[in-house]
Ligand binder design. Structure first.
Ligand code: CTP
Length: 434
């Protein structure tokens, strides 16, 4: 008996897949099909696969061609499978030509001609096409533009420099000097300008019927925020917070574990985010604008927004706020943030509980790794998750999914978004204690 094995994602099953499986089956008597798991696909750059693993397994099953279906979970599994199932032939489409020659040591490798003119990537792009216009001029704008290219269907339509600086960071072909022109060629807008420009820019974008993804805080006061939300809802448009940490995989898993009770009841959440000022004074932000929303996120997402007390300490240098410490009191817990832009500290996140604690090492806001620690160190657990593009890639997918109605899930709830604005407003008005 000749055993044949082949691997693939099999997202949105198409005739290219079926033709490949037919020819793979014809190479022998028994066909094993490996379907790649979601995590493994992310590592290979297929980040917004549309169907779940179960649906993709069903796709393969429905062809009736596979004698056995397995899941591919990790790098190096192919060799294990070939040995385990006594495979005679490994086969895959010609798009992989040469890539699997190393398996010749274990079995025969056959590359089959790929069917021309069809691919899951193309189907996904047709279903999901979204053009995003960018307003901003900083490093985050340039990172965002790069990350768009990793999400199937998403493209950047142009960049409007809200202030004429950092031009050299961007491709000349992308620059536009007219906001209306940007709106005309975009389905949606990403805003990463100074917080006090957000309100006008969002309002204009919504009036032009564009969905908006905007760096947190969305506005500088709650009244404007409420007004914009109403406008977005009336026009059936998405207005979403952009804060890359909220979308990152490790951070999401940390929240799930802690909410699931792994460290017992939460007693304290303490988050620190700091940086030293860049050489260019034109890009100096206050410590709160640089880091406040990020540091507040785990506190509000774990303990809620109904604290009973808040006290704020600000260190100023030439009237410029370089360091802010905020302490919160909750019914049965406390929390604190320390944020600096001009003061440096250890950028860690610690969540203390009645059974143990979560420790996320610096820089926790883009971490791929954290630990859950207990009294007995033998019980400690380490967690590692890949965080492609520091979370920006997942943020773009979340925005796309909301617009295309694949989901209704907001990673940052409106209540939290509003609370962050309220605290910023308090600081700007000098109201530092309740
Ligand atoms: N395949 C093929 N002809 C196509 C598309 C895919 O022969 N037009 C083959 C691939 O070479 C692979 C298998 O089908 O051996 C599964 O491919 P998969 O990666 O799941 O599908 P693609 O359509 O190539 O997906 P993507 O566009 O995401 O790369």
């Amino acid at each position: 008996m000749t055993t044949v094995i082949t691997y693939g994602t099999y997202d949105l099953m198409h005739r290219g897949h079926v033709r490949l499986l037919e020819r793979a089956k014809a190479l022998g008597d028994y066909l094993i099909v490996g379907v790649t798991s979601d995590n493994f696909d992310k590592e290979r750059g297929k980040i917004n696969v549309s169907q779940t693993l179960l649906e993709r397994v069903e796709n393969v099953k429905s062809t009736g061609l596979a004698d056995k279906i397995i899941v591919e979970e990790y790098e190096g599994q192919k060799i294990d499978d070939i040995i385990k199932y006594k495979v005679d032939i490994f086969t895959v489409g010609s798009d992989w030509m040469g890539k699997f020659d190393y398996l010749n040591e274990y079995c025969k490798v056959v590359y089959l001609d790929r069917t021309k003119g069809i691919s899951s990537t193309e189907i996904r792009s047709d279903n999901n096409s979204l053009s995003i216009g960018v307003i901003g001029n900083n490093r985050l704008a340039s990172k965002f533009i790069k990350e768009c290219s990793f999400v199937n269907g998403v493209s950047t339509s142009g960049l409007y420099l809200d202030e004429n600086k950092n031009r050299e960071m961007f491709d000349d072909n992308l620059l536009t000097y007219d906001l209306n022109e940007l709106f005309n060629k975009s389905d949606s807008i990403y805003i990463v300008s100074q917080p006090n420009s957000h309100y006008e820019q969002i309002k204009l974008a919504l009036e032009h019927k564009k969905h908006v993804l905007c760096e947190t805080p969305i506005t500088t006061n709650v009244k404007q925020y409420d007004e914009l939300l109403k406008l977005a809802d009336n026009k059936n448009l998405i207005l979403l917070d952009s804060l890359k940490t909220a979308y990152s995989v490790a951070y999401q898993r940390l929240l799930l574990l802690v909410k699931g009770g792994i460290i017992g009841e939460i007693a304290s959440v303490d988050a620190v985010c700091t940086s030293l000022k860049s050489a260019n004074p034109a890009s100096w932000d206050s410590s709160f604008d640089s880091w406040g929303p990020t540091a507040l996120l785990p506190i509000f997402q774990l303990l809620g927004i109904d604290y009973s007390d808040i006290s704020i300490y600000i260190k100023k240098e030439n009237n410029y706020d370089t360091f802010t410490k905020i302490a919160f009191k909750y019914h049965n817990a406390v929390a604190s943030i320390k944020v600096g832009n001009g003061v440096k500290s250890e950028g860690e996140l610690i969540i203390s509980g009645t059974k143990g604690y979560a420790y996320v090492p610096a820089p926790w806001w883009k971490t791929e790794y954290f630990e859950i620690r207990f009294e007995d160190p033998n019980e400690n657990k380490k967690y590692y998750f890949k965080n492609d593009g520091e979370g920006i890639r997942y943020e773009i997918i979340a925005f796309l999914d909301l617009i295309k109605n694949n989901t209704n899930y907001y990673y940052i709830s409106r209540d939290i978004s509003r609370k962050i604005i309220e605290i910023r407003e308090k600081i700007n008005n000098g109201m530092l204690n309740d």
